[in-house]
Ligand binder design. Structure first.
Ligand code: AMP
Length: 282
């Protein structure tokens, strides 16, 4: 596995592969890799000639009171995991080369970025769309792989790629979960034993919403209330940012459930913020 730290060298390397008509699959990550990340890597390996993975804890997507400084960093074990998956290239950019002095451009997907998590993390999705635009410009992927776990991110990235005519297909892969339903996340490492048990409330809340819909409930408000009751019973949850039913295209809350809807939840347990979602067809 080749490790490239310089964006210019990464770009030249990708250009070389494209000139040889090799397809490039790309998996952007912030590291602390788990089976969720590796599932994206495996799909990319199956669908492309070359797989590029990046690890970059992007400062621009963390708010001033968020966990940038504490975000788990374990590059050595990440490298081992990626080697085992036969990844071709690890792009491990230097912060100073990604955001050199004088850097002054941002990419903002208006509207979608202010909904759901955007209401609680102002500026977060501007940081995400800016860095993903840069990373796609550097890695020049034929296909880019994202997890459904961050559903809002996939909707925003798709819109950005379309609006900016970026030449990369966006592929969304299913959420990988623990046996008890908890979605894998690098942030799960923050949870103590009690919180870890309590964290199953997110999946239970989604399952409750889903069972309401399959039993015929079509009122968004009623499903939302049922979902929130599951969370309210869990004393370890210190705040519910949201738990509701959304239109998967617009990310607006749904009053009358028809066709496919997104059930999504975001909560805080002390300093740890956890999110999850599922798609359900009425
Ligand atoms: P992150 O390192 O958290 O920025 O995640 C990098 C990519 O992995 C994103 O596209 C995430 O949606 C995806 N991802 C994170 N957790 C999971 C999971 N449990 N299952 C599938 N994909 C995931």
């Amino acid at each position: 596995m080749e490790i490239i730290r310089n964006p210019k060298i990464m770009q030249d390397t990708s250009r070389g592969h494209l000139l040889h008509s090799r397809t490039i699959g790309y998996v952007p990550t912030m590291g602390a890799l788990h089976e969720g990340h590796l599932s994206l890597v495996r799909v990319s390996r199956a669908e492309n000639n070359i797989t590029v993975v990046s690890i970059f804890v992007n400062p621009a997507q963390f708010g001033p009171n968020e966990d940038f400084a504490n975000y788990p960093r374990q590059v050595e074990s990440d490298i081992e995991k990626l080697r085992k998956e036969d990844v071709d290239i690890l792009f491990l950019p230097d912060n100073a080369l990604m955001y050199p002095e004088g850097f002054s451009t941002t990419v903002e997907v208006r509207g979608l970025s202010e909904k759901m998590c955007g209401r609680f993390r102002p500026g977060h999705f501007k940081g995400v769309s800016t860095v993903v635009a840069k990373l796609i410009a550097v890695a020049r992927p034929s296909r880019s792989y994202f997890g459904q776990k961050d559903f809002q991110q996939t909707v925003i990235v798709r819109q950005m790629v379309k609006d900016l005519h970026l030449d990369s297909e966006i592929v969304v892969c299913p959420t990988i979960r623990e046996e008890d339903g908890l979605a894998l996340s690098s942030r799960n490492a923050y949870l103590d034993k009690t919180q870890r048990i309590a964290a199953t409330a997110l999946y239970r809340c989604l399952m409750k919403g889903s069972s309401e819909i399959s039993s015929g409930v079509r009122s968004g408000a009623r499903v939302r209330e049922a979902m929130n009751r599951v969370l309210a019973d869990e004393t370890q949850i210190s705040a519910i940012d949201y738990a509701s039913v959304y239109d998967p295209a617009t990310l607006d809350e749904v009053d009358e459930i028809r066709g496919e809807v997104l059930l999504a939840v975001a909560v805080r347990m002390a300093a740890t913020r956890l999110i999850d979602n599922i798609l359900v067809r009425a």
